[in-house]
Write a protein that binds this ligand. Sequence first.
Ligand code: GDP
Length: 301
Amino acid sequence: VVVRAAMFDNLSRSLEKAQRLIGKTGTLTAENMKEPLKEVRRALLEADVSLPVVRRFVKKVEDRALGTKVLEGVTPDVQFIKVVSNELIDLMGGGVGAKDLEPGFPQIILMAGLQGVGKTTAAGKLALYLKKSKKSCLLVATDVYRPAAIDQLVKLGTAIDVPVFELGTQVDPVEIAKRGVEEAKRLGVDAVIVDTAGRLQVDEDMMGELRSIKSAVRPSDTLLVVDAMTGQEAANLVKAFNDAVDITGAILTKMDGDSRGGAALSVREVSGKPIKFVGVGEKMEALEPFYPERMASRILG
Ligand code: GDP
């Protein structure tokens, strides 16, 4: 599946321009990097990367490029691209491959995120992903505010043949989560995924409930589901959730859509936590582990 994002076109185009501006002779200087860095900055802002993240990124590229001796046989323009590429990989968590789910028995995965971002879909996708790696799974439905949300999870569970634990809408979400995890232990499954209620915006009730569920079930992973379309707001959102519930990572959804992709660059920067998976479609199979290196090379074209 191809991750599409306008940001990729933008940045690779501005980097071509940067290469032309720097040229093939001489060395990298603050002077000849001025315009090229502006190009990078513009492309990232157009891609909806949040301003503080862009500022820090551009500064790092400049410092790194100035501090680097141009390698023999490599022209300065190519060297510049190499620095940008390395910093991009770094920004997204380093080139060490995809970050796995945290271990545990059972693994307890708490899903968090705003309403409509694809949280319930991601819970189903993750269950299927685990199932494919021969792990048995239980899904837990705690969104008691929207009966449709419970139905949706039950439907997804049926489609991928994973059991769903639910107690309807009249039981407290914390209690449902607790009993769901007990059930998972009783069944002896390898993993339990707790879907939670989202709100349209960050609010104290939601965070309070998440915190309570978290301390009741002590998850191995708390994954924040972020819609790639979120744009500039992604940075604030990730920070708010990370401050409230100390996430272990994020799932970036709808990377197949027309998003500008900037959220991919903000998550790690503002939280120090990795993107663990990306959602690339509505189907249950459309989930991929996130590889910073691959993403950087897609971004650079
Ligand atoms: P929730 O409110 O966060 O639980 O969101 P849902 O899981 O109900 O998803 C909201 C909508 O986004 C649904 O129509 C999903 O099919 C869609 N969706 C979720 N993930 C993706 C994705 O990775 N790509 C695309 N194109 N659509 C997605």
